[in-house]
Design a protein around this ligand. Structure first.
Ligand code: SF4
Length: 299
């Protein structure tokens, strides 16, 4: 839902529009809670997440403060360590490698991602080639790709889709956070690459719901602040969406990225974040905007 805050600090009226549920999505919340729970229950054990738990440096830093580090490779963890698998999931080979290494695995793969993984396994077992519409370098896509068998492919553009050789049958899955409009264009292209194209809608409903609300806010404000990690794909998508709506968009990682001069001329501002942005960051940005506007001379 959209929440409106109406203020008149220093005589200048300001409207701030935010989302009531604008912080972490369920999958990220669950992964962060599992990591923190592990630190509570196993204070004497070393705990790492495999890859940064979310694409947000503040969250990674907070976890580090609780003694939860991040490693990029399985060989970097010692036997006996606790390793948390983040919401993106991993390839089965990675899971086997972790088990063989004698680490204690906590699997925080998001259930929505798990559904995509299972779909890929199902098509592979029936001998149907899987096409994943997504970014090849995204960890979620790599985990799904590893379950597609040898002929699974990843496409992230219409051109790549069109270049596939004609096949009798293909199945199409989507990276959960892929841009739905871009995904729809790729799917159209894929439909003419096989006699039968099976499509499983695997875009995340939380991301879709947030995009819709952000689009609505964009019609009601003069500018939008999008809070989130620079390397977060869904935060970048929100910034692009706001720009496409034709209003000013400011992408910041946290409240320190705000500059008074950017906002002095606006009287209605949207504050939103990606699914890897903690609510505390959004609240801090909102407070900083109010504080900055309070210091603006109306006359
Ligand atoms: S964006 Fe959706 S699929 Fe990804 S972790 Fe969050 S809830 Fe799960």
């Amino acid at each position: 839902m959209i929440e409106t805050l109406q203020l008149c600090p220093a005589g200048k009226c300001l409207q701030i529009l935010t989302l009531t549920e604008g912080g972490f999505c369920d999958g990220v919340q669950r992964a962060v809670e599992k990591a923190m729970g592990a630190a509570d229950r196993r204070p004497s054990r070393e705990i790492f997440t495999l890859g940064e738990i979310v694409h947000n440096p503040l969250v990674v830093e907070d976890l580090r403060g609780l003694g939860i580090g991040a490693v990029e490779r399985v060989r970097d963890v010692a036997p006996g360590t606790v390793v948390v698998i983040r919401s993106h999931g991993v390839a089965p080979e990675v899971m086997s490698e972790l088990e063989a290494r004698g680490v204690d695995v906590i699997d925080a793969t998001c259930p929505r991602v798990r559904r995509v993984q299972r779909a890929a396994e199902g098509y592979r077992d029936r001998g149907i080639q899987v096409v994943i519409v997504g970014r090849e370098d995204h960890p979620e896509v790599q985990g799904v790709r590893a379950r597609c068998g040898p002929d699974g492919v990843v496409v992230e553009s219409v051109e790549q889709a069109e270049s596939l050789p004609f096949a009798r049958e293909r199945a199409v899955l989507f990276q959960t956070t892929f841009d739905p409009d871009h995904g729809a264009a790729i799917l159209e292209a894929l439909k003419s690459t096989a006699t039968e194209v099976r499509v499983q809608e695997t875009l995340c409903d939380v991301v879709a719901g947030r995009r819709n609300l952000v689009q609505e806010i964009a019609t009601r404000v003069e500018c939008m602040v999008v809070v989130g990690g620079k390397n977060s794909s869904n935060t970048s998508l929100l910034v692009n969406m706001v720009l496409e709506a034709g209003i000013h968009a400011f992408g910041v990682e946290d409240a320190n990225g705000l500059v008074l001069d950017d906002f002095a001329r606006f009287s209605s501002i949207g504050v939103v974040g990606g699914t890897s942005t903690p609510q505390a960051s959004l609240d801090a940005v909102k407070e900083k905007i109010i504080e900055m506007q309070s210091g603006v001379d109306d006359g």
